[in-house]
Design a protein around this ligand. Structure first.
Ligand SMILES: Nc1nc2c(c(=O)[nH]1)N[C@H]1C(S)=C(S)[C@@H](COP(=O)(O)O)O[C@H]1N2
Ligand SMILES: [Mo]
Length: 336
């Protein structure tokens, strides 16, 4: 029998899988019986060990020289976006993931996301903008302008990481499409290929995964499009080849493997809000004062720390100085 190795960052305490728990019996039945149930209760991870993770390169970039150059050839510059907490180890960042298109267990993405083909990659741009159409990834991301930003990531499940991302500011990308004044929101959509994404057999969410930001949020300096982490290209399980990073919001806003960008005038539907509107709002700003209906958000488990390492959760995940103005006058409990 295969004994699953336990890593310190996997934690043992009630490691809730709350993104699942909202599922009522009807949805679980729809999900197709025993196999789905196994995944949904999060105890299926030891049954098969056959597949390797997609991430073979576990080199840690050192971060002293500038500009950086890594084995993958990614060139980037360091920035002032740093945090005082230690960085989460590479194998936790790439081995403990939420990417439900590949399954609902934390190790499913690392085991199965290598099946997703990420080259070539194009992005469809639609809606209220002067430049729309289908663009090659290389025409959307300026790989000569990459920067590193070390951001805190706070999942709504009350755990957190610190990740050195490489990418470009979202605002720089969006501006090049010349959005019009009718573009009040920007919507994003994840790649969907059911034969490559085994998790999409189950109606855990309405696939494809969709997310969105208000335009002024999207243009905020902190909103980032990542193409790499720890000095290398993004592993598939982290959302290759390009994913959003919105560090003041719960992790599910940071949509992975983006294939569509749409400039819209109305607030766009978002996957977790569709699934459970009372639990997951459109804004989803990290807020220790607004408990999730089923658990507190006052503190968080630090992934990669010691087994029971916790820290207090901060308003806007500690980024209030940069983003609080976006929500002046708004009730952030009501607009959660
Ligand atoms: N397409 C897609 N994007 C997604 C998710 C997902 O299931 N599918 N999970 C989200 C959640 S809940 C979190 S916490 C982060 C996790 O990012 P990471 O695995 O790179 O740490 O990705 C977000 N983006
Ligand atoms: Mo999350």
């Amino acid at each position: 029998m295969f004994i699953k190795r336990s890593r310190s960052w996997q934690g043992r305490e009630a490691d809730v899988t709350p993104h699942n728990l909202y599922l009522d019996r009807r949805r679980i039945m729809q999900a197709g019986g025993a196999l789905a149930l196994t995944g949904l209760v999060g105890c299926g991870s030891s049954e098969s060990q056959a597949e390797n993770t997609a991430a073979s390169n576990t080199t840690l970039a050192n971060s002293t020289t500038q500009p950086e150059s890594s084995a993958s050839g990614l060139q980037y510059r360091e920035t002032a976006y740093q945090v005082s907490d230690p960085q989460t180890p590479y194998d936790a960042v790439t081995g403990y993931n939420n990417f439900y298109e590949f399954g609902t267990s934390k190790d499913d993405p690392a085991r199965y996301a290598h099946r997703m083909s990420v080259t070539p990659w194009s992005i469809e741009v639609e809606g209220h903008a002067a430049r729309t159409g289908t663009f090659d990834l290389e025409d959307v991301i300026d790989y000569n302008a990459l920067e590193e930003r070390i951001y805190r990531l706070r999942c709504v499940e009350a755990w957190s990481m610190v990740i050195p991302w490489i990418g470009v500011p979202l605002a720089d990308v969006l501006r090049r499409f010349e959005p019009t004044s009718d573009a009040r929101y920007v919507a994003f959509e994840t790649y969907l290929n059911r034969s490559e994404m085994r998790g999409t057999r189950f109606p855990v969410l309405d696939w494809p995964y969709v997310e969105g930001l208000r335009m002024d949020e999207a243009m905020n300096e902190l909103a980032f499009l990542a193409v790499g982490l720890y000095g290398d290209l993004l592993p598939n399980q982290n959302g290759a080849p390009v994913r959003l990073v919105v560090p003041w919001k719960y992790g599910y806003k940071s949509i992975k493997s983006i294939t569509k960008i749409r400039f819209v005038s109305e607030q766009p539907p978002t996957s977790w809000n569709i699934a459970a509107p009372n639990e997951y709002g459109f804004y989803s700003n990290v807020n220790p004062n607004r408990a999730h209906p089923r658990w507190s958000q006052a503190s968080e488990r630090v992934i990669g720390g010691s087994l029971f390492s916790r820290r207090d959760t901060e308003m806007f995940n500690g980024y209030g100085e940069q983003v609080a103005d976006l929500y002046a006058g708004m009730d952030l409990i009501e607009n959660h």
